[in-house]
Structure formats: structure tokens, C-alpha cells
Write a protein that binds this ligand. Structure first.
Ligand SMILES: [Zn+2]
Ligand SMILES: [Zn+2]
Length: 582
């Protein structure tokens, strides 16, 4: 989670990490080995090694001790120290990780020890001067972390916490955290039966269950219709291709550690695709192109496989297999601005349709001081960066200019959407590429008969379908609008006598193209309603004796609203909802 003041809170949180170590030593003594304790984006942590591991019940005690240290308004004081003295200090206290840190600091670098209260730590500085300035602290969790992130080293325990200048700010952050937890797509994915990850199949691989599959189909159908309407051609490319292709593309070099290992078939080596680009390039290259055919826009819902360490995998957000809504545009320099504008406009349509109201745009440009680090010519970079900037300016899109952030093969625009609780998510990318067209010797015949290299743009709007689904689940907290909801209507007969009528209403809804189900179980009505509320179904239709007699349904909207209407009127109401994507 981001708060606008996060960057200013570094010194405060770094000081809180010292106080955490201070409190731990006070309570558990020198049995505890200390590692490192930095400030991080949303708080701070400290890594410890303790013979009997910390348990969650320890956190309130440690936190209480930290509060005492804060209230005591201790002064943080730094003193230079000679290397030999620092080594003696930590040898006496039997602190192997601190000695390891010392060994890693170049011998000409000056060392400082900082003391706050009764606790002294080797540190470069960057603190608030008194403990009272730490304000309000909260310890949040304990996780395992290898020393120096290396699995061959001892496993330490990392205690995470956060700190804010005031209790109110801390509480606001904790409330947001609780809200994020309530929306966690992994939890909702299980409860709503949307998807799963099966240990038997392997980590980071997603199984889309029927309800998740329904949402995916709707998203993909919408996307495919839009692609066709916007002049893209939809293509399909193989999941495995010769390893040599990935040598030509350069992926076996700069992308090697992100790929699954090669497979051997008939003495030939094949590679599971980590990207769709080379496949689309082969389609472009299958014959000589004329300028008259350009732009060529090839789109694919292309499934790719990438190696991610198991430790960083996270639900739908970090996975090993995912489907990109990928497209590659091959065009002439004269066409490029129009193409970029269409991509950005398409991205806005995605935001609008899926109910995101806010966004942030970043333009990553090259570092002008290091022209040698990039593929492509000076003129190409100038033209590409100019095309991106002037398009955003013309569209009056505010953006953050980020020199030095471009990858080596071209500048790009990233669009981050901001979800219902203010979190930014990176999804859309529009990326120039000066590298692959040369590596694959792409060409087109220009108007004057000469052969030219086309401009190539990679672009993905949703990014990964899996990740986008994770974001959608959290954005809507699982309460999908009617057009996306896997079950749009639940029909609840009050007793067995109304089951036949309920089935009739169900059939009419199905015929009209809606997704409904009948709860014909023996549960009491209140229990049936509760079950559907937990499933976050947009509409429940309660049918009892009087509804059967009048040929109506009692409509209970997810919002709590209740009305009685004819089945035809309900069909019209739902159709209007779906059409408006409400
Ligand atoms: Zn420090
Ligand atoms: Zn690509």
C-alpha cells in the first residue's frame, strides 16, 4: 500500500527498526543473533536468529517494550568506530551476522555505531534524532528469511512492523490493511470457487474453476471483439519452439534466468515460450511486406511460461504460467504516432469498461548520459520518445517522465490503474523495440522501392489475464457487476411447492442468455439468502405462494433493495444492467 508520505518516513521507520532490536534484546537477551534491520516501503523489519523461534504471541510484548522506549524519548547518537573495535564488540557479543556484515564492508570505508538507550548497532545512519519522533508503531508479522537471501545460509526470522508519526495515521494504515485483507484475491478465489493452485501440479500454475472460467471467457470475448473492431488480426502461435529461435531473439542471453529449461525432442532442443514476440515476428516474416500492408497488428491471447522463484509467487499476481493479451504492431515511422494513440485510447477503454476510475502513466526514457547502453540509433530513440510524449500531450494525459528507466531495446509507456482502495497496479505497457526487428532482419518495401526496417511495438493492455483477474477480484471485493458475475441470478423457492415455478423462471432466464441457478435444497429461506450473499450474487429472486399465484418474482438486489416485479420486467432490468456493464 502506498501513502503519499512514505518516502519521508524512512528515517522514522529505520529508527523504529533499531528500537525493535533494542526491545528484543531487552526481553530475550543476548541469545538472539542480530542480522539487518532496514526501513522498507510500508514499514521496517529486523532479521533475528533465536534458538527457540519467535511466535506471534511474542509480538505484543515486544511492541509494548518498543512503546516504552519511544515514550522515554531516547536520543540516537552516532560515533565513528575503528574496524578492530567493531570486530571486538561483536566477537564479545557472539554476533556472527554482524561480523559477516563487517567483513563485507570495504576496508577504507569509515564505520559508525549508533546508540539509542541501551542498544548499540552498526549502522550508516539516517535516523530521527529522538525515539519520541518514531510516534506510533505496530508489529505485523513474522516470516522466514535466509541470511543474505541465500538458501544455503541459515534461515532467520524476520519481524515486520510499521510506524507512523501519529496514532491516527497508523490506524488509517491498519484499516486499509484490513480492507486489503478482506479483498485478498486468494481468499475470495477460494470462497467464491474462482480458481485454485494445486500443489500436485506445481506452484504458480493456475486452475480456473467454472466460475472463474466464466469471468475469463467474458473478459476474453469482450477483448477479442474490441481487437477485431480496432483492426487487429488475431493469431495463434505454438507454446514450444526451437531453442535456436530464442538465440536469434536474444532471450537465451539476457532473459535466460526467467525461462524454463529447454526440452529435448529427437536430438533437437525446444524452449517453452516466455514471450509471444518471436512467434508474431515469424508470421510477419513469412513473406515480404509492402508499405501498403502496414500497419500489421498481430494479437494473441498467448500463454507464456516464466521461471519465478517459488518464494516470490503470489496467488494470481506472480505466477509461472500466464496468458498475455499480447499484440505486436509493425508500422512505418509515419504511422507510429497514430498507433501509439490508438493503444492509449484502447487502454482507456479497458479502464472504463472494467470500472477503474483513476490511473497513473509513466514514460520510461533512456538515460541520455549513456547512449552506448541501448539498441537502436540516436534518431530512432529521439523519434520514439517524441512519439510517446507528443501523443500523451495531445491526448492531454498527465504522465511522469522517467529518464534512465527504459529497457535497452526501447522507450515505453506504462499505465497503472488505481483500484477501489487506492492501490496502483501496473498492467498496460506500450513498448518500442529497436532490437528484435534487426535481429530477425525484418523489412518492408517502401514507396520508393527500397527495403526498410519497420518500427515494432509490443503492447499488452490487461498485461496478464491471471493478474488482471486478481486485480478485478480485489477491486470489486468479489462482488462482480452483473455483466461479469459468474452467477447473475439465484432463484430461491421458499418451499418445495415452488420448485417447479422456480425452474420455469430459471429456464426463461437461460433462454434470455443469463446465468442463473435454483437453490432447491431443503434449507430455510434465511439460510439460502445467507449462502447467496456469501457468494455475492447480484440478484436473488425469492418465490413463494403469492409470487407463483401472481406470476412475479421478489427481487433482492445485492445492494439490499427489494422489489416485486413480473419475470419479463426483471429480464428487461437485468438486460439493461448487463448492457450498461453496471
Ligand atoms: Zn540505523
Ligand atoms: Zn512482445
Amino acid at each position: 500500500m502506498q501513502s503519499p508520505t512514505t518516502t519521508d518516513l524512512g528515517p522514522l521507520r529505520h529508527t523504529a527498526a533499531h528500537l525493535l532490536a533494542h526491545a528484543v534484546i531487552d526481553l530475550f537477551g543476548d541469545d538472539v543473533k542480530l542480522a539487518i534491520g532496514p526501513a522498507i516501503k510500508d514499514g521496517f523489519y529486523y532479521d533475528f536468529l533465536k534458538s527457540t523461534p519467535f511466535v506471534l504471541e511474542d509480538l505484543p510484548r515486544i511492541e509494548a517494550r518498543m512503546r516504552e522506549l519511544i515514550a522515554a524519548d531516547l536520543k540516537m547518537e552516532g560515533k565513528p568506530i575503528k574496524r578492530a573495535d567493531a570486530e571486538r564488540y561483536y566477537t564479545e557479543r557472539q554476533q556472527p551476522f554482524k561480523l559477516d556484515i563487517l567483513a563485507g564492508i570495504p576496508s577504507d570505508e569509515p564505520l559508525t555505531m549508533y546508540t539509542i538507550g541501551g542498544f548499540t548497532d552498526l549502522c550508516r545512519g539516517g535516523h530521527v534524532e529522538r525515539s519520541k519522533k518514531v510516534g506510533a508503531v505496530k508489529l505485523l508479522s513474522i516470516a522466514g528469511a535466509y541470511w543474505r537471501g541465500d538458501e544455503h545460509n541459515p534461515m532467520l526470522q524476520r519481524i515486520y512492523g510499521t510506524a507512523f508519526p501519529t496514532q491516527e495515521q497508523l490506524q488509517a494504515y491498519l484499516d486499509q490493511l484490513a480492507e486489503a485483507e478482506r479483498r485478498d484475491h486468494r481468499k475470495l478465489g477460494r470462497e467464491l470457487e474462482l480458481f485454485s493452485i494445486e500443489e500436485e501440479a506445481g506452484p504458480g500454475l493456475i486452475f480456473w474453476h467454472p466460475k472463474g472460467g466464466t469471468i475469463r471467457r467474458i473478459v476474453e470475448d469482450w477483448l477479442r471483439d474490441e481487437l477485431v473492431a480496432r483492426g487487429y488480426d488475431i493469431v495463434y502461435t505454438p507454446h514450444v519452439m526451437r531453442l535456436d529461435l530464442w538465440k536469434t531473439s536474444g532471450h537465451t542471453g539476457f532473459y535466460k534466468e526467467n525461462m524454463f529449461g529447454p526440452l529435448e525432442v529427437e536430438h533437437d532442443r525446444y524452449q517453452l515460450k516466455p514471450m509471444n514476440c518471436p512467434g508474431h515476428i515469424l508470421i510477419y516474416k513469412s513473406r515480404l511486406r509492402s508499405y501498403r500492408e502496414l500497419p500489421v497488428r498481430l494479437a494473441e491471447l498467448g500463454t507464456v511460461y516464466r521461471y519465478e522463484r517459488s518464494g516470490v509467487l503470489h496467488g494470481l499476481l506472480r505466477v509461472r504460467g500466464f496468458t498475455q493479451d499480447d499484440a505486436h504492431i509493425f508500422c512505418t515511422p509515419a504511422q507510429i504516432e497514430r498507433e501509439i494513440e490508438d493503444c492509449v485510447e484502447f487502454a482507456w477503454e479497458v479502464l472504463r469498461v472494467f470500472g477503474f476510475e483513476r490511473y497513473e502513466v509513466e514514460l520510461s526514457a533512456r538515460d541520455p548520459a549513456r547512449p552506448g547502453d541501448y539498441a537502436g540509433t540516436e534518431a530512432e530513440w529521439q523519434q520514439a520518445e517524441h512519439a510517446l510524449m507528443s501523443t500523451l500531450d495531445r491526448m492531454k494525459v498527465p504522465y511522469k517522465y522517467m529518464p534512465g528507466e527504459a529497457v535497452f531495446y526501447g522507450p515505453k509507456i506504462d499505465v497503472k490503474l488505481v483500484d477501489a482502495i487506492g492501490r496502483p497496479w501496473q498492467l498496460t505497457t506500450v513498448q518500442f523495440d529497436f532490437n528484435l526487428p534487426r535481429r530477425f532482419e525484418l523489412a518492408y518495401v517502401a514507396e520508393d522501392g527500397s527495403q526498410q526496417v519497420p518500427l515494432m511495438v509490443h503492447r499488452a493492455l490487461l498485461g496478464s489475464v491471471e493478474r488482471f483477474f486478481g486485480v478485478l477480484i480485489e477491486h470489486y471485493a468479489g462482488a462482480f457487476p452483473a455483466w461479469l458475475a459468474p452467477v447473475q441470478v439465484a432463484i430461491l423457492p421458499i418451499t418445495d411447492e415452488q420448485v417447479a415455478y422456480a425452474s420455469d423462471v430459471h429456464a426463461r432466464l437461460r433462454t434470455a442468455g443469463f446465468r442463473s441457478e435454483v437453490d432447491a435444497s431443503n434449507e430455510r429461506l434465511q439460510k439460502k439468502i445467507r449462502n447467496q450473499q456469501l457468494q455475492k450474487v447480484p440478484y436473488m429472486l425469492v418465490v413463494g405462494k403469492s409470487e407463483v399465484a401472481a406470476g412475479t418474482v421478489n427481487v433482492r438486489a445485492r445492494s439490499g433493495e427489494q422489489t416485486s416485479m413480473s419475470v419479463d420486467d426483471f429480464v428487461a432490468k437485468l438486460a439493461a444492467d448487463v448492457a450498461a456493464r453496471r
